[in-house]
Design a protein around this ligand. Structure first.
Ligand SMILES: [Fe+2]
Ligand SMILES: [Fe+2]
Length: 132
């Protein structure tokens, strides 16, 4: 099940971040597939764990550049990242089918709005600092 289909509206004009965002979308789609095929808690948990680990790695990359270039919107942006990681951990510990549907809804909505709105805000800032 394709939960999110990648298109140019997700591009933030920084190749490294686009690549990481694509990977996040890919893992979310893998979770959607596993749910559709009625996979068990173990498999759902494994994918959810991958998503949380990869998201943490991606956030570290963005935040490293926020520090390097002194991105003025870093504080609020970091808060959104922290919210995602807290929620992802909650979903992992409370895993059952109803939680998984709620989790999927949250993860999908968060990824779309965070990439298309919050992340895209930094595009011109990073481009001006030589990152593209
Ligand atoms: Fe991002
Ligand atoms: Fe971000």
């Amino acid at each position: 099940m394709t939960v999110i289909e990648w298109n140019d509206s997700f591009s933030v004009n920084v190749a490294e971040f686009d690549m990481q965002h694509k990977k996040l979308v890919e893992i979310l789609n893998e979770l959607g597939d596993a749910m559709k095929h009625g996979k068990g808690i173990d498999e759902l948990g494994r994918i959810m764990n991958n998503l949380a680990l990869y998201a943490a790695k991606h956030f570290e990359t963005e935040e490293m550049y926020f520090n390097r270039f002194k991105y003025p919107e870093a504080v609020n942006h970091r808060k959104e990242h922290a919210t995602f990681l807290t929620k992802a951990a909650e979903f992992q510990y409370g895993l059952n089918n109803s939680v998984t549907l709620n989790a999927m809804h949250f993860l999908k909505h968060w990824l779309i709005t965070h990439i298309q709105e919050t992340d895209r805000k930094y595009s011109s800032f990073f481009n001006e600092n030589g990152l593209s």
